[in-house]
Design a protein around this ligand. Structure first.
Ligand SMILES: *[C@@H]1O[C@H](CO)[C@@H](O)[C@H](O)[C@H]1NC(C)=O
Ligand SMILES: *[C@@H]1O[C@H](CO)[C@@H](O)[C@H](O)[C@H]1NC(C)=O
Ligand SMILES: *[C@@H]1O[C@H](CO)[C@@H](O)[C@H](O)[C@H]1NC(C)=O
Ligand SMILES: *[C@@H]1O[C@H](CO)[C@@H](O)[C@H](O)[C@H]1NC(C)=O
Length: 445
């Protein structure tokens, strides 16, 4: 609140009339045209207002005005006017003491040569805005699978970033693309933990699409270039490649590949619980993708990043809310691409989406879908800290995986309650997807 939406109130005294103008400073952003517009409008309004003041006010007013300005140490009215207009400039928060031209508010993950080479700068220019980013959480045990994935993403169109959750980095060096990739290492951290910390929207602002993938994916029938051309044509802001049902662990029917068409946006289920019809409007019937291989547009990622909670590293529950980031109607802008598809191997690793496995050796707590369908995640409890202590005591469970699972489940409850609290607290927010009284929540499988 203090920095993001600063208000500057200008008062110009006109004998009896006092004019007030509110100018809203832009937050940090730049590419967001939505954020920029209001500032621009204010600038124009102020300019018009000032010219009117001079015209209407006449000599007396002008000299009065001038005097006030002189009091601020200005020497001529033209420069003073400029001074006022400048207050309306959109500067990223924190950069106000700097001249606007020097402010670099976004960056990228591109490596730079130590000395200038005409070739590299030329290449850079021609690629600007066209690149996308592939970010994968990896462990050395999946080296070969990851190698297959990365090899599909041509270096001229994709920047590759590996999140090493096992701390092993050097053993990747022999892969020919390794030196061109960015390697981030942090022990036992999840994909969402990395993404929150290293894929800030201002850092990845230049990438058109962001692939935030698990490592246990087979890409024999996947071509990133064709995938993105479909995504663009279909207007999908959040998407995933469909799963080859014969070889994949399929947890949610909507992710299953269809043989007809390039993409689909909803699933149907006419019997049992959690039915999905043509008129269904909510996840997981529509407006939903699974979290093992999401692809975000730049704008969708900017929104999604804000939704990721710093402490909820398994991100359970996030998938059901991602539709809010779809830059429009989630039933149209979220979808599954069928003609470029993947195999989900379901390898239980920190990088893989083990949390969504349904047929585990240990019975363990409920799967996410079960939680959603039973409404268990929706039961209210008194506070976050209570939940945290609950998950703490439960995490002494024998095996790591079931402990992780337990924690994921607890995170789901926390996330759900935070969301509900946020809604209750934000009187300016209206829900574009109000939930119908009768919930249509139960996913397939
Ligand atoms: C990179 O992207 C451009 C434009 O989408 C495409 O024409 C080109 O074939 C791609 N390059 C590779 C190596 O895939
Ligand atoms: C990371 O996780 C593994 C397996 O759960 C555990 O054995 C190891 O001690 C952890 N390492 C650290 C530094 O926490
Ligand atoms: C949606 O369609 C189904 C079957 O066509 C129907 O039974 C149901 O009442 C419809 N729901 C709404 C909210 O229109
Ligand atoms: C509003 O937010 C505060 C602080 O984040 C929280 O303690 C409170 O419970 C919230 N109120 C509602 C109605 O959710």
């Amino acid at each position: 609140m203090p920095t993001e939406r600063k208000e500057a109130i200008f008062e110009l005294g006109f004998d009896s009339v006092s004019w007030k103008m509110k100018l809203f400073h832009c937050g940090s952003l730049l590419t967001d045209s939505m954020n920029k517009r209001p500032c621009y409008r204010n600038f124009v309004t102020l300019a018009i207002f000032l010219s009117m003041a001079f015209l209407v006010g006449g000599p007396f007013l002008v000299s009065d005005y001038k005097q006030k300005l002189l009091g601020w140490g200005m020497t001529d009215s033209f420069r003073s006017k400029k001074g006022n207009l400048c207050e309306s400039q959109c500067k990223p928060s924190g950069s106000e003491p700097l001249p606007i031209g020097i402010v670099s508010s976004t960056t990228n993950l591109e490596m730079r040569p130590l000395w200038d080479s005409a070739q590299s700068s030329q290449r850079k220019g021609s690629e600007k805005g066209a690149k996308s980013l592939l970010a994968i959480a990896v462990g050395i045990k999946q080296k070969e699978i990851v190698n297959q994935i990365v090899k599909k993403f041509s270096p001229s169109n994709f920047t590759v970033m590996l999140f090493h959750y096992d701390g092993v980095v050097d053993e990747w060096r022999d892969l020919h693309w390794s030196d061109n990739a960015l390697h981030v290492s942090a022990i036992n951290q999840t994909k969402w933990w990395f993404a929150k910390r290293f894929l800030h929207p201002d850092i990845v602002a230049e990438y058109k699409y962001i692939f935030l993938w698990d490592e246990d994916l087979g890409v024999d029938h996947f071509h990133p270039g064709r995938y993105l051309s479909i995504v663009e044509r279909e207007g999908l802001e959040i998407s995933q490649p469909a799963l080859d049902t014969s070889k994949s662990e399929v947890h949610h029917r909507i992710t299953a590949r269809r043989r007809k068409g390039d993409a689909h946006r909803r699933m149907y289920k006419f019997n049992g619980g959690g039915r999905c019809y043509e008129n269904s409007t909510a996840p997981p019937c529509t407006g939903w993708v699974e979290m093992m291989a999401p692809v975000f547009s730049r704008a969708a990622w900017r929104c999604a990043w804000h939704m990721i909670q710093n402490d909820l590293i398994h991100a359970w529950g996030l998938d059901y809310k991602l539709g809010y980031c779809a830059q429009g109607d989630r039933t149209k802008k979220v979808g599954v691409v069928d003609s470029e598809y993947i195999v989900h191997r379901g390898i239980p690793t920190l990088g893989g989406s083990f949390a969504y496995k349904t047929n585990e050796e240990t019975p363990g707590p409920l799967t996410q879908s079960e939680i959603y369908s039973s409404g268990m995640g929706l039961r209210s409890r008194s506070s976050d800290s209570e939940d945290r202590s609950a998950l703490h005591s439960r995490s002494s469970a024998t095996d790591d995986r079931s402990a992780v699972r337990t924690r994921s489940y607890a995170e789901l409850i926390i996330f759900k309650r935070r969301w509900d609290n946020a809604i209750a607290n934000d009187s300016c927010w209206t829900d574009p997807y109000p939930e119908p009284a009768e919930k249509n929540k139960k996913p397939a499988l």
